[in-house]
Design a protein around this ligand. Structure first.
Ligand code: ATR
Length: 273
């Protein structure tokens, strides 16, 4: 069987093995996929060994997405713009291709699964770290009216948006700078939910039919999702669909077959509680 894995540290709680096993079963593909905890300084060494022993592909999670970016022999345009790689694939000629499927996973979940419009919308992205950078390109490709990136450290937001200047109307600001503005969609790309925190958001920044999406997920709604519900959001979602969609895109890169994500989102949702 062809070998695949997800590399991270920690990686114990990764849902990727379960997701890819479900995809493989559904599409009749014969493969093994496991989670592997890699020592912090050893990414390149362990990944080289994996491919030299016949491994076909890797998913990369925190904190190795930049290491994977450096490791790849070729990069997709979206990986280059994201500055990070979450998918490595062995090529016919033995070289390693690096891609990033996070942003397209988010857009598929928001647009195709949830049916929320991105085109022409006023979008707010919270956070200016790796997660935010990973989604900006694919979001801007949907031609929103504009994208504002808000961050505690405003310089980080301003530096980030410069990288995407040519792709559309995108700017950076502080949380205080949001007062008096309105958005049709707010995407939380901060890591605040992981510690049970909420970015300091002012009231009334969601429009009447405004939606809220947290890239995090868990058995319970995140603080950001609860905030959005209290602000009378039209719809609210966590990021489980994005997780499954980015995995489906990776699966498609490796196997050339696109799995049906809906039953797999339901399967993983059940395993959360
Ligand atoms: P990731 O790769 O997950 O994006 P990161 O690069 O460490 O991780 O970035 C984390 C993001 O979450 C940053 O934008 C950070 O804001 P700062 O750049 O100002 O530090 C944001 N963040 C983390 N905890 C937060 C909190 N409690 N409130 C608001 N923003 C928070």
């Amino acid at each position: 069987k062809d070998q695949y894995a997800v590399y991270g540290n920690p990686v114990k709680h990764s849902k990727s093995p379960q997701i890819h096993a479900a995809f493989a079963e559904q599409t009749g593909q014969k493969l093994n996929y496991r989670a592997h905890k890699v020592e912090l300084e050893r990414f390149a060494e362990v990944a080289s060994q994996f491919f030299s022993h016949g491994g076909k592909g890797l998913n990369i999670t925190a904190p190795f997405k930049l290491d994977a970016f450096k490791f790849a022999d070729q990069l997709s345009g979206r990986a280059r713009r994201a500055g990070a790689v979450n998918t490595l694939a062995l090529q016919e000629d033995g070289s390693i291709y690096g891609d990033n499927t996070d942003g397209v996973g988010l857009v598929r979940d928001i647009h195709d699964n949830l049916g929320w419009e991105l085109n022409g919308r006023r979008i707010l992205v919270l956070g200016a770290g790796g997660a935010a950078r990973g989604i900006l390109g694919p979001v801007l490709k949907q031609k929103p009216a504009h994208v504002l990136v808000a961050n505690r450290t405003v310089e980080k937001a301003q530096n980030l948006v410069k990288l995407f200047d040519a792709m559309g109307d995108v700017s950076g600001c502080s949380y205080e700078g949001l007062i008096g503005t309105q958005f049709d969609l707010i995407i939380n790309g901060t890591s605040a939910s992981m510690t049970g925190d909420l970015p300091p958001l002012p009231h009334h920044i969601l429009s009447n039919d405004g939606c809220a999406y947290d890239m995090m997920y868990g058995p319970k709604p995140t603080p950001f999702m609860r905030w959005a519900a209290a602000e009378a959001a039209w719809a609210v979602s966590d990021g489980l669909g994005m997780l499954v969609e980015q995995a489906a895109e990776s699966f498609c890169i490796w196997r050339g077959v696109r799995p049906d994500t809906k039953p797999v989102v339901e399967l993983i949702r059940q395993s959360l509680s």
